[in-house]
Design a protein around this ligand. Structure first.
Ligand code: PLP
Length: 362
């Protein structure tokens, strides 16, 4: 049977119908309704964050974070991410400055300071595959140079570091609740942050810039609707079981694939509670005998979809005056050799074994 790279978690049909039933009574479908408010409160508890605002998707959340922080000039970030990260920087009127990644796919903190100029306003790190950036080193650099710190935490729902919710690091973290993520609201997203004084600016950016009867800024429309929030409330009831099931899949993959010459598995920072968002494998063709693209083709023959993720680097966007991927050779090499294997809750053990057999076949 065909296996996709991901499969959305869903409550039963009955559970979702039960959850949306009151919307036919209230007739309140969006604009901070009861479902939205309940989900926000529950997420703050689950994620161990003091403040959160919910959005229609993660991308607009990230855009609003940059606007709410009033960032200008250059933002140091990495190209080893989804297009959204860089697009949000450019759409917010800033210039992305690409820093290379370390061997765990996150921003190489030893290379950040040499990229800081008098135009730098922030560092935007990406927590990749559920692994996290070196948040302590980034914090120290930001303090020293007076920079803001934003995290694209789209892959890091529920991740904790040293017992703290990962979204409590930095000034603002963005989560994506897209259907393909560990937790989803069909489409959706959130900003999480420690400083409650950011709330009015975040809310204005999300809601057309409106402030009572005044229009304070050129805000967008990023509000989460009640049907999205209802899906979130249902999914949140089952999240621990879903993450545990992903963990089982993760461990079986690791059992089969660790110690193989020419294959590198995800290096995780010590002290994190994982969410098992993705199962990336890095292939070294000369040592392993097959390239990443060979493996993709072999899996495809068995109707198994693995994803070249992230490929290509977002620094190759054609709207840049040139392909900037040469600036970050390590990220470029990863993007050409990494493959995300199918990963979702309740993925069959037998399917994982079959996938690994194909990956390892000579
Ligand atoms: C999914 C994702 C986004 C965008 O989130 P949406 O909710 O789809 O808008 C941004 N960054 C990364 C790293 C992602 O994986």
């Amino acid at each position: 049977m065909a296996i996709n790279v991901t499969r959305s978690s869903m409550p039963t049909y009955e559970e979702y119908c039960e959850e949306i039933k009151d919307l036919w009574e209230s007739r309140w479908l969006t604009n901070m309704g009861a479902k939205h408010n309940e989900l926000k409160a529950r997420l703050c508890g689950y994620l161990k964050v003091p403040n959160a605002e919910l959005f229609v998707n993660g991308h607009l959340a990230l855009y609003c974070a940059l606007k709410a922080l009033k960032l200008e000039g250059e933002i140091i970030t990495t190209p080893f991410t989804f297009a959204s990260t860089t697009n949000a920087i450019v759409q917010a009127g800033c210039t992305p400055v690409f820093c290379d990644v370390a061997d765990d796919y996150t921003i190489d903190v030893s290379k950040i300071e040499s990229l800081i100029t008098d135009k730098t306003s922030a560092i935007l790190g990406v927590h990749v595959y559920g692994n996290i950036c070196d948040v302590e080193a980034i914090d120290a650099i930001a303090k020293k140079h007076g920079l803001k710190v934003i995290y694209d935490a789209a892959h890091a729902f529920g991740v904790e570091y040293k017992g703290r919710g990962i979204c409590t690091y930095g000034d603002i973290s963005m989560l994506s609740f897209h259907a393909t993520k560990v937790f989803h609201t069909i489409e959706g997203g959130a900003l999480c942050y420690n400083d409650a004084s950011l709330t009015p600016d975040i809310v204005k950016q999300r809601g057309f810039g409106l402030n009572g009867e005044e229009i304070d800024c050129f805000g967008t429309n990023g509000k989460m609707n009640e049907f999205q929030a209802a899906m979130g409330l249902c999914n949140l009831r089952h999240i621990d079981g879903e993450i545990e099931s992903r963990g089982q899949a993760y461990r079986l993959y690791t059992e089969r694939l660790s110690g193989v010459h020419g294959i590198k598995l995800l290096p995780l920072r010590e002290g994190i509670k994982q969410n098992y968002a993705y199962y990336p494998v890095l292939f070294d063709k000369s040592a392993f005998g097959k390239s990443r693209d060979d493996v993709v083709a072999e899996l495809a023959k068995s109707e198994i979809v693995a994803r070249k993720y992230f490929y290509p680097l977002v620094s190759s966007n054609k709207e840049f005056s040139e392909d900037l991927s040469y600036l970050t050779p390590i990220a470029k090499e990863f993007s050409e050799n990494v493959l995300c294997l199918p990963m979702y809750a309740h993925l069959d053990d037998a399917d994982i074994v079959r996938i690994c057999d194909i990956v390892l076949s000579k």
